[in-house]
Design a protein. Structure first.
Length: 164
């Protein structure tokens, strides 16, 4: 099993197969526009712009589970992120990342990266780095700025795809 086995929903309610991203390095992030960590949108956008042509895709998953910090609806979240933060990377529909209605993708991401972080997501802007084969290789805490692990992204981008 890997990330490519999952389907997610776009803000427009359309089904999106993560297998469409096969062969790319993915950075999957639970986001929130009213979070104190929202300035990280800048770092995520920087990575997206700098490395998208080399095979990086940043995927944002808005989440309202932490102090109601994502008040936007699926209808307005993309526009709000673009206007307020300059976001052009793909945003998916709002998800739950903890609890009984946890999105299956986030159940998988947490299972693959338990250990030090435990089985829950502590806050918005938890980041999961996925290699070109769809395997989760690293999890970064909400407070870890995206530029802090840029070199790890570059290493994955420079690895050839095996079995893709």
């Amino acid at each position: 099993m890997n990330v490519y086995d999952f389907d997610v929903v776009t803000p427009r309610g359309e089904n999106k197969k993560l297998s469409d991203f096969r062969g790319q390095v993915l950075l999957i992030v639970n986001t929130a526009t009213k979070c104190g960590l929202a300035p990280q949108f800048d770092g995520l956008q920087y990575l997206h712009e700098k490395y998208k042509d080399q095979g990086l895709t940043v995927l944002g998953f808005p989440c309202n589970q932490f102090m109601d910090q994502e008040p936007e609806t699926n209808d307005t979240v993309e526009q709000a992120c673009k206007i307020n933060f300059g976001v052009t990377f793909p945003l998916m529909g709002k998800v739950d990342v903890n609890g009984p209605s946890t999105d299956p993708l986030f159940q998988y991401l947490k299972k693959e990266t338990g250990g030090l972080f435990g089985s829950g997501i502590k806050w918005n802007f938890t980041k999961f780095l996925v290699n070109r084969e769809g395997k989760v290789v690293k999890r970064f805490s909400p407070t870890t700025a995206p530029k802090k692990f840029e070199d790890e992204i570059v290493k994955l981008l420079n690895q050839s795809s095996v079995g893709v």
